[in-house]
Design a protein around this ligand. Structure first.
Ligand code: DC
Length: 219
């Protein structure tokens, strides 16, 4: 396994923008582990798999009908060989992703593919909810990003051209689900750098994270 840095946090806390930029500065790969849950949720929608049917969902987790591929700009999802990355960011897919991520069987099924992302490269920046706690507990540096609920909703609404109030409500439900579930809930990993990015520019966040990571790597 190469070197790994993890960035966890709630929905729209800036994890993707920060990890993409950090990976670019370090010359490493990056992966959004949410793409695995979103990809599975999207595949379940397309194949009309009942999302309360854990057995079928677990089978679908291992199916080659969908796949995840890392790239510099985005983590891509393919369904039946078609790039569906644009579609997986819809809030309805996010909501299904959050629901199916409750099942321990589904989490276990997706874990191996997430861990494989760290092989074959010098280093990996992995972002999600449980990257520092479950996926890569041995990571060299762990970061936890957060921001006010209003700020996160405004950011996602602007990105997707949606209503801010509705986005905030949807995110609240998702945050609640992600942090109260029994299997690998969203939590701050031990020894993580915790940053509230509400009043910080992206550049400032990446600078702080990069300094922290470099101090860990030079130890
Ligand atoms: O980071 P995101 O918004 O793309 O993630 C979508 C959903 O996937 C999130 O609401 C919960 C789930 N998820 C998870 O359970 N564990 C992860 N490491 C990443 C995402």
């Amino acid at each position: 396994m190469g070197m790994v840095v993890t960035i966890d946090g709630p929905a729209a806390s800036g994890k993707s923008s920060v990890s993409r930029e950090l990976a670019s500065r370090l010359g490493w790969q990056w992966v959004s582990t949410g793409a695995f849950y979103r990809g599975l949720g999207y595949a379940a929608l397309q194949m009309q798999v009942d999302i309360s049917d854990v057995k079928s969902l677990t089978e679908l987790s291992y199916s080659s009908v969908w796949s995840v591929k890392m790239a510099n700009a985005r983590t891509h999802v393919f369904f039946k060989e078609k790039d569906v990355t644009d579609d997986i960011f819809r809030e309805d897919v996010g909501s299904i992703a959050s629901k199916i991520s409750h099942y321990p069987e589904v989490r276990t099924a997706l874990l191996e593919a997430q861990r494989k992302c760290s092989s074959g490269s010098q280093g990996l920046v992995a972002e999600g909810r449980d990257c520092g706690t479950v996926v890569f507990p041995e990571a060299q540096a762990k970061i936890y990003l957060t921001a006010s609920s209003e700020h996160r909703a405004a950011r996602r609404a602007a990105e997707l051209g949606l209503d801010q109030g509705q986005t905030q409500e949807a995110q609240k439900v998702r945050d609640q689900q992600d942090s109260t579930r029994k299997a690998a809930p969203l939590q701050v990993p031990a020894h993580a750098l915790v940053l509230d990015t509400t009043d910080m520019a992206l550049e400032e966040v990446v600078d702080s994270v990069e300094n922290f990571v470099r101090s860990k790597l030079n130890k």
